[in-house]
Design a protein around this ligand. Structure first.
Ligand code: PLP
Length: 355
């Protein structure tokens, strides 16, 4: 009954097999190897376009390095109030960008919209060098509250960002879950919608530790290799990052894994919604479930072995606030979450534990 994070999962056996295949013999180091080159070609196939791509081993490094290519230290990055780059990466983005400021603009809404950008530009100071100049928008797909941006929503948001002179970064730690949920082409929610740089994460969805930074607007990639090296994120045995992506992407395996995770989350959401005293905070659209539950219930379920985390209460949608004695919790399903584990959890919650 592990629903703490998709980071709690292991790696997909197919990714491990790809790693084992890459283990034989000598290969050029520092990403100048056949596996890395083939992985970049595989990404071109998946996104059906020309692109530049680089591999690193953590999402925080991917986001920070990508953003550092988009902004100067005196500029700002607009983002959602619950953005991972804002709340969950310490001051990594500031470190990588040399001090650029992250500015939340979503004011309690679930997803970013064009009017959030408009409002920011109406109210923000516009007297450089006194005010930070907005230069980039960062949007997370799947969003931090488990919501999926449609191609149309992204096109409207990115269109507005571009009209205002911003480049668009997408934190795609769960991009695969969004593609699986929408049943769209990866291009539809990336470059075709106006995303300039995508951090496509594989670690949460079947890789050991592999993230890619994909530049659809290729001129933005000019300094990336230098930034990655000086930040200590150029892996000497880069072939293993490339190999993970090859095993992950081959034959659509990444989407198969994401579909599995999404299905488990849907089952979990349905089960939770059927319990009295429990309400879903947001609709379940991908592999995360946010629910308002009685604190005592959460304690009992944890005592019974369930793992899930309390979540930022300000992630709640507009509506009834938390009652005293209630708490907001997050459940995450991964490709390795068993249907039986979800059933066990829901039965236990209903008072009929499955041994
Ligand atoms: C939305 C989002 N972005 C990025 C990351 C990547 O972070 P990490 O540096 O832990 O790989 C995570 C991981 O929790 C995440 O949830």
């Amino acid at each position: 009954m592990h629903f703490g994070s998709d980071n709690e999962s292991g790696a997909s056996p197919r990714v491990l097999e790809a790693l084992a295949r890459a283990n034989d013999g000598a290969e050029s180091a520092y990403g100048d190897d056949a596996y890395t080159r083939r992985a970049v070609e595989a990404l071109k196939d998946v996104f059906r376009c020309d692109l530049d791509a680089f591999f690193v081993s953590t999402g925080t490094a991917a986001n920070g390095l990508a953003l550092s290519c988009l902004v100067q230290p005196w500029q700002s990055i607009l983002c959602h109030a619950q953005a991972h780059v804002l709340l969950d990466e310490s001051t990594g983005p500031e470190l990588f960008t040399g001090g650029a400021r992250l500015l939340p603009i979503s004011a309690g809404d679930g997803k970013l919209r064009p009017d959030h950008l408009a409002r920011h530009f109406e109210t923000a100071g516009s007297h450089p060098p006194h005010n930070p100049v907005a230069a980039a928008l960062s949007v997370t797909q799947v969003s931090e509250n488990g919501l999926v941006y449609t191609p149309e929503e992204l096109a409207a948001l990115c269109g507005e960002a571009h009209r205002r002179g911003l480049t668009v970064h997408m934190d795609g730690a769960r991009f695969s879950n969004a593609v699986a949920a929408l049943g769209c082409a990866p291009a539809d929610i990336s470059w075709k919608a106006g995303v300039d740089v995508l951090c496509l994460g594989a670690s949460k969805n079947g890789a050991l530790a592999a993230e890619s930074v994909i530049f659809f607007k290729r001129d933005l990639a000019a300094t990336f290799a230098h930034r990655r090296k000086r930040a200590g994120h150029l892996a000497s045995k880069g072939r293993f990052l490339g190999a993970q992506f090859l095993g992950w992407l081959e034959g659509g395996h990444w989407l198969e894994l994401a579909r599995r995770a999404n299905e488990r989350a849907a089952e979990l959401g349905k089960g939770l919604a059927s319990l009295s005293g429990v309400r879903l905070a947001w609709p379940v659209q991908a592999n995360e479930v946010f629910a308002v539950v009685p604190k005592g219930w959460a304690e009992e379920m944890r005592a019974a072995g369930a793992v899930f985390f309390d979540w930022y209460p300000d992630v709640l949608p507009p509506g009834p606030p938390l009652e005293k004695g209630e708490t907001l919790v997050r459940f995450v399903a991964s490709f390795s979450t068993e249907a039986s584990s979800v059933q066990k959890f829901i039965s236990r919650a209903r008072g009929h534990p499955i041994p």
